[in-house]
Design a protein around this ligand. Sequence first.
Ligand SMILES: Nc1nc2c(ncn2[C@@H]2O[C@H](COP(=O)(O)OP(=O)(O)O)[C@@H](O)[C@H]2O)c(=O)[nH]1
Ligand SMILES: [Mg+2]
Length: 127
Amino acid sequence: MKRIVTGILAHVDAGKTTCIESMLYTSKTIRKLGRVDHQDAYLDYDNQERERGITIYSKEAHFHWKDSEIYLIDTPGHVDFSSEMERSLQVLDLAILLINGQDGIQSHTSTIWKCLKHWYYVKKKDS
Ligand SMILES: Nc1nc2c(ncn2[C@@H]2O[C@H](COP(=O)(O)OP(=O)(O)O)[C@@H](O)[C@H]2O)c(=O)[nH]1
Ligand SMILES: [Mg+2]
């Protein structure tokens, strides 16, 4: 079985936590489809996160899909918690840079893209 560690990155409120909630629900890992704005999203379980409606800490969930075991890392999109997002890049096999169709590419999207390029070259050099 393949194991893939996947990070989801984007600016704040792009829909990362919601997207992961859908993946967990679709893969039957969770029975109820929670919502960030209803304060019952699976990964935004911290009290501060539920109060503020944003992800503060990177968190991991995993599910099986076909012949793969997918480890998903949800990351904070708020610039104040960028260090938490950058820390998670070290362990990724794959990154999804989510772009919200309504907001388009934001300056933080470009910052994340630069961080991803940096980690790609670091990993390539080390392997
Ligand atoms: N209308 C609409 N709202 C969404 C969608 N995805 C997320 N939201 C809402 O946008 C807000 C931010 O979503 P969230 O998943 O917390 O974004 P994150 O900061 O990238 O994790 C929440 O109130 C969600 O309910 C979507 O596809 N459509
Ligand atoms: Mg979030």
